[in-house]
Design a protein around this ligand. Structure first.
Ligand SMILES: *Cc1c(COP(=O)(O)O)cnc(C)c1O
Length: 337
């Protein structure tokens, strides 16, 4: 049982069968039929002109930023958003793109007033502000569509573009009942991960206008992301889009059940349990030492969790309600010990 992340899922045997049967070709020559079909499918799904298969969400976001901003241009981004904090500074290192970070609000958004203050006027002292970069879901929070529509109005007033890191867009879909295209609508570009809740082994897609995706395709080649018979991976994603979207609700129900069960057990302890946020529950522990001893307590039971004062538990394809019942029973033993 691995509750650290939804990236840890194993491809199912039906998914592996789909991979074996994939029709493949050289995708750098544009000849992989399975990749071509997947890119068209995802473009339609997100309501954009074109899409590009990428090796990871980090690569898809990187190409996304590089295709919007030139060196010396700036993107405005959350301090805790993946495109700033968790991508090794790729946009700055490889693109000379300047990040302007903003503290993330408790609900996962960025204050639109603060964004407006940070947008640079046209003055040779300043980098040129080009892009607003958002995330949905962020740390499990679903961001309201109304917020993004207001952000879009602000972006248009200043001639800025908008990128969405939709690594977990399918979780936002399940939580809001909106379609992928509706969620993607306010954005010029969207990145989605297929190796998280969707349960595919590898791959993300970037979507946007045809011109934009043509630029991203050149960048992808430059950073070594042009793969050959990659249709074998696209087949797994196609399978996931057919069979694993509806079931995301089970992950959310499981996270809800887990949050309630842990809350009941923690009432008289100094551990604080968050509300379930999509497929995540956060525990706030009084010390790192306690977090480490919880982790060590679970290890002999073949349960993997992280060790942090703010500890994330994540539900996914390979976590059943029975698993969570076993986890909660052990958690109770830990509290007693
Ligand atoms: C996981 C994740 C990504 C992409 O990560 P990769 O491991 O490179 O696929 C991007 N953004 C967010 C918010 C993520 O959680």
């Amino acid at each position: 049982m691995d509750l650290r992340s939804d990236t840890v899922t194993q491809p199912t045997s039906a998914m592996r069968d789909a991979m074996i049967r994939a029709d493949v070709g050289d995708d750098v020559y544009g000849e992989d039929a399975t990749i071509n079909a997947l890119e068209q499918r995802v473009a339609r799904w997100l309501g954009k002109e074109a899409a590009l298969f990428c090796s990871s969400g980090t690569q898809s976001n990187l190409l996304g930023l590089l295709s919007h901003c030139r060196n010396g241009e700036e993107y405005i981004v959350g301090q805790e958003y993946h495109t700033y904090r968790y991508e090794a500074g790729g946009a700055a290192v490889l693109g000379g793109i300047v990040p302007q970070t903003i503290e993330v609000e408790a609900d996962g958004t960025l204050s639109l007033d603060t964004i407006a203050e940070r947008i640079k006027p046209n003055d040779p002292h300043f980098p040129i502000t080009r892009l607003l970069a958002f995330e949905n879901t962020h740390a499990g929070h679903v961001i309201s569509q109304d917020y993004f529509i207001r952000a879009r109005t602000l972006a248009e007033q200043h001639g800025l573009r908008m990128h969405l890191d939709g690594a977990r867009l399918v979780n936002a879909m399940a939580a809001t009942q909106l379609t992928a295209a509706e969620l993607a609508e306010p954005f010029d570009s969207v990145s989605v991960c297929c190796s998280k809740g969707l349960g595919a082994p590898v791959g993300s897609l970037l979507a946007g206008s045809a011109d934009y995706i043509a630029r991203a395709r050149r960048w992808r080649k430059m950073v070594g992301g042009g793969m050959r018979q990659a249709g074998i991976l696209a087949a797994a994603i196609n399978y996931a889009l057919d069979h694993h979207i509806e079931r995301i609700r089970d992950d959310h129900d499981n996270a809800q059940w887990l949050a309630n069960a842990l809350k009941a057990r923690c009432e008289h302890s100094d551990i604080v349990v968050s509300e379930a946020r999509t497929n995540m529950v956060y525990l706030t522990l009084p010390s790192l030492e306690l977090a480490q001893s919880l982790k060590h307590f679970m290890e002999p039971h073949h349960i993997k969790i992280g060790a942090a004062k703010k500890l994330r538990l994540v539900t996914h394809l390979d976590i059943s309600r029975d698993d969570l019942e076993r986890f909660v029973a052990l958690f109770e033993d830990f509290l007693k010990s």
